[in-house]
Ligand binder design. Sequence first.
Ligand code: ZN
Length: 272
Amino acid sequence: MTMQNARGRRRATGPAAEPRTTVAVAAERPRDAQRQARNHRSPLRQVADFAAASGVGQKVGVALAASGLLLTVTVPATSPVMATADQSASAGAAAPQPQVSAEAAAKIDFSRTSVSTAGDPDGKLKQLLSAQSAGSISRAASVGSLGMPLTTMVKSSPFGYRVSPITGGAGEFHRGQDFAAQCGTEVFAAASGTVTFAGWHEYGGGNRVVIDHGNGLETTYNHLSSSSVQVGQKVTRGDAVALSGTTGASTGCHLHFEVMVNGEVVDPEGWL
Ligand SMILES: [Zn+2]
């Protein structure tokens, strides 16, 4: 308690990095009419737009006909699939197919986003983000690409419009997903990245950490009792970056977790 208060005051009055807020963003970057309109759409509509804009047809069409066996293709996460024409293996397909060599009796994956090993989630995320801008990634592709920020994930208040727990007013837009967590519970980085903010958020977030994962993807962790990272610090997925709390506009101990794509909050459920 003492720590969180001291930290809060120190951070609040310090000349350190300016808090990243929607107000600051608006000031730095004038919003065009389309952007305004987008912000006023319902969350449901936004999700629909989000999905529609992305085109789910991100498939790597690897056809294997010769053996009839399912094969595994292991492709390094950082390099593209080599597309060498191989008419003999394409079995009548019009377009040239990538030539692959793999051991028989293994399994092939048709989804580009899963062409990486399960043991390298950050490689998968990098590939996802480098293949297209973060704003055009489909929900189907992004689900599961971020790690869990808590060991035990107990959902409470969801993303989107809700009755404000602070004012009781209807129609408050809840910018993140809340997870129940006792104060002092370890909070983990959802993916590798760089800390771009660690301090007091003057607009309700309390003690807040923001991690930039690159290509327009950021995660934020709010109402923390304390944080253990500094601006500029590189973190690895799963690193403990903070302890949960109830600082700022909060009615009890919990973690308010946000995912931002190109500066706008999106439903974290689409990424966890
Ligand atoms: Zn919240």
